[in-house]
Design a protein around this ligand. Structure first.
Ligand code: PRP
Length: 183
């Protein structure tokens, strides 16, 4: 879906399809360079990271392995609590691997902070993080993120994997919703 398809629901387009593709290509180039002598396992965190994983993987010029995790944060509504439950674990043994976690968004940072520690406990050679979006004003924990697409204001965003009540994940851009949609 593009912005024409959801015009009535939209406040504004934050990043267009073209802007996202351009930034993902830049992130891929940096990752290619940093891992040129090492094999990397990219780990996508379902469901939001599906789009960025698919585009990032195809923008890379080196071989990568891919695996997926699904996690759920205990807590009320849309607020992350930091207590995370694994819904689907990796199929890959991380011992000695260079792991790159790929996320759509870091909000409070609680999910990623937990996830990074969890993966680090499995004996990998390294664990780094790549996220398309990050909200610096919403951060509740400090977390070292090596690759960030865009730092964004503390607004509710949808599209390119990000949902509101499971809708809008299949938008080809990132945008904000008009208040009538969620009020
Ligand atoms: C989103 C996002 C991160 C997390 C970030 O996932 O993909 O995993 O929230 O929030 P935090 O920094 O405050 O912890 P969500 O729980 O919405 O699941 P989804 O990817 O299936 O939509």
């Amino acid at each position: 879906m593009d912005s024409q398809d959801v015009q009535a629901d939209l406040k504004h387009v934050l990043y267009s399809k073209q802007e996202i593709q351009q930034r993902v290509a830049e992130l891929a180039a940096a990752i290619d360079e940093d891992y040129r002598d090492r094999e990397v396992l990219i780990v996508g965190v379902l469901k939001g990271a599906v789009m960025v994983m698919a585009d990032l993987a195809r923008a890379l010029h080196s071989h990568v392995s891919m695996d997926w995790m699904a996690v759920s944060s205990y807590g009320s509504g849309t607020q992350s609590s930091g207590v995370v439950r694994i819904l689907k674990d990796l199929e890959t043994d991380l011992m000695g691997k260079n792991v790159l976690i790929v996320e759509d968004i870091i909000d409070s940072g609680l999910t990623l902070s937990w996830l990074k520690a969890n993966l680090e406990s499995r004996g990998p050679a390294s664990v780094e993080i790549c996220t398309l979006l990050r909200k610096p004003e919403a951060a509740k924990v400090e977390i070292d993120v090596k690759y960030v697409g865009f730092d964004i204001p503390n607004e509710f965003v949808v599209g390119y994997g990000l949902d509101f009540a499971e809708k809008y994940r299949n938008l080809d851009f990132v945008g904000t919703l008009a208040p009538h949609v969620y009020e």
